[in-house]
Design a protein. Sequence first.
Length: 329
Amino acid sequence: MPKTPEECCTECSKCDEAVMKTCRIPRGGHGINHAATETVTDTVLQAASSVPAPYGLPLNVWKVIFQAFLTALNVIFWLIPLRSKKMSENKLALSLANAFSGGVFLTLAFGHLIPECIHGFHDYNEVTPFMLVLAGYLLIFFVEKVAFDAHEILHAVEHDDAGPGPSHNGHHAAPAPVSGRSAVILLGALAVHSILEMMALGLADSFGDCAILTISISLHQPAESIALLVAFLKSGMPKGDIIRFLSVFSCMGPIGVAIGMAVNEFASPIVDSIMLAIVAGTFVYVGATEVIPEEFEDPSNKWKKFAALMSGIVSIFFITQYTMTLEMN
């Protein structure tokens, strides 16, 4: 005997509820059907690993390749100036690249990392991911502004590098040298910064994300390497000691990538989401508090800098949207 439409709707609703209870994986592990969880998790991991990467290499291999490129770039930007007799650099090009990277970091934070981490907190208070983003921001703010005051050290290096200024009696005052302790403090602050920044590369879930992060970090990192080198040169340390300290700084990138890869591979999904939120907060700090204000303190070439900033925002936004479309298809 055929069922009434009402009975059909009731049975369909019960069926849907049963499927949702079986397939849904709650965050935190409460009330889980463990057999169903393992099956669904395996399916998700297989789907993620089946996303093609160039030349058939696994995504983790590409992360190692990108990390090696960034580490080599980091070393090049402090080793070559250290070995050369005269440090020369195109300050305008470096400034424009820095402004571009500021736009990249902000777009990655607000247009990609934060929306992605929010999906991992659907069983938690909706405020949680945003507070974790704030925690990431405050973490790097505390390291660079409170604990070590790296910004003041960088300004001292820049003013010292610009040459002596006139004193009150018309004679040129001798610049105050940057101490070795200040240079080491700056190294510690930038090391923490580098680890958090490179963790994003280890946490990336697609080749497109890895490539975008590599480009943005490569535009931003040379300025840090050069600033750190100048700080150590002004401290009067022997070259051998400078090379050892800067080598330690260059090792921070691989450590950050390794931590991110370990979290991405072995930790539970909620840990992955927490790390993404914290990294997003550090990206907001780098873009909005560090790079952009620093570049626009100097009013020269402000229109070129603004164009570079907007280019970073617009280009990375369209690239991230395009890669997300490819992954969905």
